[in-house]
Write a protein that binds this ligand. Structure first.
Ligand SMILES: [Zn+2]
Ligand SMILES: [Zn+2]
Length: 833
């Protein structure tokens, strides 16, 4: 066995740490080890085993946690690639890749020492605690702790229970530790790797007294046959029988019988304890027609054939599946995944938010049954770990999930699909700031697999790659069954203002169209991509807007919940009655969010049944399903909401989509604003007329001439793409340049200013060929979650050069003692705010 191992730990340092391997211990590369780090124990991933003696003295590995790698060679390599590409500490990358944190339990315990016993004893003898400089209150607390620990005879007591029982601070315990009255121990350890539950099972039925027919559960039948059963034992057996003979041990704790009773019954062979994998529940979906009932169109068949050819070649192939909304992309994915499964190989399907696409989950379970693992944001840590183990053991070879499912530990990966590849939720907005789509392509490359990126509105980057023949382009140009795309009418809200003399939320035209549909008993959707009631609370006297305490952002009024909320940090405040600046009572609320839109529509159409979908009404998957089901069952006439209503789900009765203020993004200083607006408009338009009736979209806008609006109205992706590409090329933005956003942040304004100033001078001095550095400048959101923010934007046609410069910038920052956590490096940034 080698003498040393290098371990990647989840700390913000770009390095691995060397530890000595004690004799007899056998850590593996890609497996976890428990090691001491500073004052703690941490688990990390072994990246290398070697015999090179380090110059400094090393600490020893405490425990090797895995007998075999949890990250195989390919995933280790992928993690290294992410660390390099996104300039992220490799340990933090590995932590993101492994959903096993639930298995590692931190625990601190305390025991009383002899000195502590002595102090307590002396206090008892003299009748008062020994004299010290401490205040009487503190002494009292210290003796409460000593008393508590002494009663437990030197047993190690968990920190939480100790503090719970004695109500003392951590600081007090540290003080006592320093005085050596108590010993603090870090006993962090790994729990049982496979998440299992203990289940009590009654032995065979003939031996089971409580199943005798006609008996009341009073135990009458029990005693004659098992004379030696006492009352507690009989009660337990009855409870077990009543529950069908199988009950989780945890649930039996609810019975009023001593814990030892179960043990006795197990020893007597009446009950058996078995370990079972923890149950995984998906909500019950209504049965739907099989996605394969439709005849595939020629384009669908061709797409499927190309994908399967790629799979068969066992070589990396990148493909962009560009299909208009409603063209049947999902059916192609499922058919390809089914074929891969039949070949005994694995596939991964990434979706933006599985929790919000119950229809897709239902299809998956119907097609793949037990072979599918579904990973979504609603899972607890334990459930996530259990799914991970199922995949690792090869029980689930079809994986569907959000962003981090790209790291699923499947073997023999043949197909990796990224649905709605343009969706910004694939970008992680915390360290490591990876983009799951790009990681998916890299993983497919390493595995010799096929990567399929699917979208109705591909990102500029992906479409550009397809045009440059880096990806094969598969097109699904028609909706299934030749259903027509909806007619889109652009409504100029500037003109509406001139004609009515008022700022309107719902134009006269849209109101009229809605009325018409409601009369015909057809359904309507209205999109307003901003939640809450009013986005701004303004003082009429001094002009001040109510800002968040932590962010340079105005707070949104939520009328029903009677609060002001910051949509960036979640800070909540009371609805102001007076201006905080000048005391004026004339505070008024400006602008419209989805809550107010719903209220307005109620006022205009009192008979209509209106539902709302946004993050305030949808707390989980069930709320979302309920609203969509209500719409599908005809229990709602109208659905209003944010972009949530634009996501890909079939709603059959909707013939009109109204778009209210979906173009506000066009006013933001973000180069992706046009692309995002085009995508949102195209998606929401796709909700109209998916059933048998042709649909219509009324698009209200203050930017009627903007090309994003114009091309979306004409369903002209190619036109938008050409125009937008021109702009990107002039401005040196992706896909022509790689970009990175570097944010320097601090709670202290002077620090943020000083650090960004220093780095600005350094960038100027180093002057790198072929790299543009813009900044430092105040970030568009100058203060966020208490931090003041300054930023640089780097652009370069050469990603290698850009990353090299970023690396030396980080080294420079470290030399200047700027903490690593105060500098965010966001490579391929999606938001520049
Ligand atoms: Zn005021
Ligand atoms: Zn805030």
């Amino acid at each position: 066995m080698p003498l040393f191992c290098d371990v990647a730990l989840a700390v913000p340092l770009d390095m691995a740490f060397t530890y000595a391997i004690p004799p007899g211990m056998e850590p593996v590369v890609g497996g976890r080890v428990l090691v001491p780090f500073r004052q703690q124990r941490m688990s990390g991933i072994v990246v290398e085993l070697h015999d090179r003696e380090p110059k400094v003295k090393t600490k020893k590995v405490i425990e090797a946690l895995d007998l075999s790698p949890v990250l195989d060679d390919q995933l280790l390599k992928l993690g290294q690639w992410i660390a390099d590409y996104y300039l992220a500490p490799v340990g933090e990358v590995f932590r993101t890749m492994l959903p096993l944190s639930a298995e590692f339990k931190r625990a601190i315990t305390y025991r009383i020492t002899e000195q502590g016993q002595m102090a307590l004893h002396l206090a008892g003898v003299s009748g008062s605690p020994p004299r010290s400089q401490r205040t009487p209150d503190q002494q009292l607390l210290e003796f409460r702790v000593l008393d508590y620990l002494a009663e437990r005879e030197g047993v190690a007591v968990n920190e939480a229970s100790l503090r719970g029982a004695t109500r003392v601070s951590k600081a007090l315990l540290s003080g006592m530790t320093r005085k050596k009255w108590i010993v603090r121990e870090d006993v962090s350890a790994v729990r049982d790797a496979a998440r299992t539950v203990k289940v009590a099972v009654l032995r065979a039925a003939e031996e089971n007294p409580a199943t005798d027919e006609g008996e009341t559960p009073s135990g009458q039948a029990v005693r004659p046959r098992h004379a030696k059963l006492n009352e507690n034992q009989a009660n337990l057996i009855e409870a077990l029988a009543a529950a069908g003979g199988r009950v989780q041990v945890e649930a039996l704790r609810g019975l009023e019988v001593p814990r030892t009773t179960l043990g006795t019954l197990v020893r007597r062979g009446l009950i058996e304890i078995v370990e079972e994998p923890q149950g995984f529940t998906v909500s019950k979906f209504k049965p739907r027609p099989s996605p394969f009932e439709f005849e595939f169109s020629a384009a669908q068949k061709e797409g499927l054939t190309k994908i399967l050819e790629g799979v068969g070649s066992r070589k990396f192939t990148g493909m962009l599946l560009h299909g208009v909304t409603g063209s049947g992309k999902t059916a192609v994915y499922l058919a390809a995944m089914r074929e891969v499964l039949e070949q005994g190989r694995s596939s991964i399907l990434l979706v933006p938010e599985i929790g919000l696409t119950p229809a897709m989950a239902a299809d998956l379970i119907q097609v793949f049954g037990d072979e599918v693992a579904i990973l979504h944001s609603g899972l607890s840590n334990d459930e996530r770990a259990e799914q991970w183990h199922r995949i690792k053991r090869g029980e689930a070879r079809v994986v569907v999930g959000t962003r981090s499912a790209v790291f699923a530990p499947v073997s023999d990966l043949a197909l990796l699909i990224v649905d709605e590849e343009q969706d910004s939720s694939y970008k992680q907005e915390e360290t490591p700031r990876y983009h799951a789509r790009d990681v998916a392509v890299m993983r497919a490359k390493m595995a010799g697999a096929v990567a399929v990126l699917g979208s109705a509105t591909p990102s500029l980057e992906s479409y550009y790659n397809a045009k440059k023949h880096r990806y094969a382009l598969l097109e699904l140009p028609d909706r299934v069954e030749q259903r027509p795309l909806p007619e889109v009418e652009i409504l100029d809200m500037r003109q509406e203002f001139q004609e009515t003399g008022k700022e309107q939320v719902i134009s006269r035209k849209l109101a009229e169209e809605i009325r018409e549909r409601l009369e015909k008993k057809e359904q309507v959707m209205v999109l307003l991509n901003r939640r809450g009631y009013s986005p701004v609370a303004l003082c009429r006297a001094c002009g001040q807007a109510l800002q968040c305490r932590n962010c340079a952002v105005s707070m949104t009024h939520h009328k029903r919940e009677h609060k002001m909320e910051c949509h960036y940090c979640g800070f909540v405040a009371q609805v102001p009655k007076k201006c905080a600046e000048c005391g004026s009572e004339y505070v008024y609320f400006v602008g419209t969010g989805s809550e107010k839109l719903e209220e307005l529509l109620h006022g205009m159409f009192p008979q209509a049944r209106i539902g709302r979908l946004d993050r305030d009404t949808v707390r989980g998957r069930e709320d979302f399903e309920r609203a969509l089901n209500a719409l599908n069952e005809g229990e709602l006439d109208m659905l209003v909401g944010t972009q949530m209503i634009a996501k890909g789900h079939d709603v059959h009765g909707v013939t009109l989509v109204g778009v209210v203020g979906a173009d506000t993004a066009l006013g933001l200083p973000d180069f992706r604003a046009a692309e995002r607006t085009f995508q949102l408009l195209t998606q929401v338009a796709g909700r109209a007329g998916r059933g048998n009736s042709p649909g219509k979209v009324v698009l209200q806008t203050y930017f009627p001439d903007h090309y994003a609006v114009q091309f979306a109205a004409r369903h002209d992706f190619a036109g938008f793409y050409d125009k937008e590409l021109q702009f990107r090329s002039w401005m040196h933005y992706p896909p022509y340049s790689a970009i990175a956003n570097v944010i320097v942040r601090s709670e202290k304004l002077e620090e943020a200013l000083a650090w960004s100033g220093e780095l600005g001078l350094w960038f100027e001095k180093t002057r790198h060929e072929g790299i543009r550095v813009l900044g430092p400048a105040a970030a568009p959101i100058t203060r966020l979650k208490r931090d003041y923010r300054y930023h640089f934007i780097l652009k370069s046609p050469s990603r290698e050069k850009m990353n090299a410069l970023l690396r030396s910038m980080l080294a420079e920052a470290a030399a200047r003692k700027i903490p690593r956590t105060q500098i965010i490096v966001d490579v391929d940034a999606v938001w520049l705010m």
